[in-house]
Design a protein around this ligand. Sequence first.
Ligand SMILES: [Zn+2]
Length: 390
Amino acid sequence: MEVDVSAIAFLRRLIRLRSINPPGDERQVALAIRELLDQNGISTELIDLGSERANLVAWIPAANGGSSQRTLGISGHMDVVPTGELKWKHDPFGAVEEDGKLYGRGASDMKGGLVALIFAMLALKRDGIKLGGNLKLLATAGEEAGAVGAKHLAETGNVEELSALLIGEPTNGRICVAHKGALWLEITCYGKTAHGSRPDMGINAIAHLTQVLSVLLSDQFRFRYVEDPMLGGPTMSVGVIAGGVKTNVVPDRCYAELDLRTVPSQTHETVLKEVIAAIDSVKARTPGVKAEVRVINDLPGIKTPEDNPFVGLVREEVSKLPGLSHRVCGMSGYTDASRFVPAKKGLPTVILGPGDYKLAHQRDEYIEIEQFLRFIPLYKSIITKYLGML
Ligand SMILES: [Zn+2]
C-alpha cells in the first residue's frame, strides 16, 4: 500500500488543535482544512458560528456543469470530548505514533475519519477525475453537544440538495445504517426548606426526586416499543443528580438529568408522555411532590432501509476489502445525521469510518494508522461509484 505521509501529517496537525467541546474551538480546525483545500483548488466556505466556532463546507462540482441530479454529502465533526481526569499514556494532544497507532483525543472520534474523507477529495482532484455529480463536504462544529453545527447547516439550506450522505464516524469499518435517537430530560423536584432538625416543617426535594427515579429505574417501568432487529430496545441512564446545600437544611430543590436512547418504533413525544405518567404515579401516592420535566436534547434516530441502492453500493465497495464485513448494522450513539436527515426526508445515510467506537471518549484514544489509510481509497471509490465518472 502506498503510504500517504501527508494524510498522516495532516491528521497529526488536527489532533494537536485542541477543539475540545465544551467550548468547541473548532474554528482553528476549520481554518486548517480550508487552507489545505484552498491550496489544492477545492472551493470552500467557512461558516462562522461565533466565539471561535465555525462549520466548513467544501465542494467539487459535477464536471458537466451540474446537470447531474446526484449530490453526495460527506461529513465529519471537528470537535472532540474532554480528555478526562485520568492521566494518559501519551499527551492527548501530542499525536504520538507508537506500534502503528496514532494516539490522541479525536484520533478515532473523529478526526481520523474526517481527514480520510478530505484526502479522498484531494485524491479525486489530484487524479483529475471528472465527477458525474456533486460532492459536498460538511465539516461540523459541536457534534458532541447537541449537534449544533449540523443543526445550523440543516437550517441554512445546506442539506436539501443532498441525495445521499456518508458520515465518517468511527465504526471500525462496519457499515451502520441506523442509530438510536437521543432524548435528554432534566427532572426537577421542588420542596420547602426547613431546619434539618425539623424535617416535618419542610418538604424534602431530594427524597421526592429519589422516589421519582426509583420508579423510572425499576424493572416495573417499561417503555412501549417494538424491538428493532439492529438497534434492540431503548435505554435510560441517569447522568447527573444534584441538590441540597447543607447537611442540616431540608433541600428545596433537586434535579437529575436522564439520557434516554430510543428506537424507531418510539416517538419522543410518546416517550415523554410515558415519563410524565410515571412521575404522576408518584405524585398520586405521595402528597406534596412537585416535579417538572424539561427536554434538554431531542435528536431523532435514523434508519436507512437495507435495500437502498446507496447502501448496496457501499456494501459492494467495502466487500472488496479483506477483513471488512459487508453486513449492515446499527449503533447506539447518535451522529450529526440526527440533524441532517430530518432536513431532507428519507436521505439515504451510511455511517462508516476508521477507528474503534469503543475508544471514543476513552483515555488513550488512538487510531490504527493502516486502517486510517485504507479508508482514503475506500471513500474515493464510494464517491466515484455513486456520482459516476465522465
Ligand atoms: Zn463522533
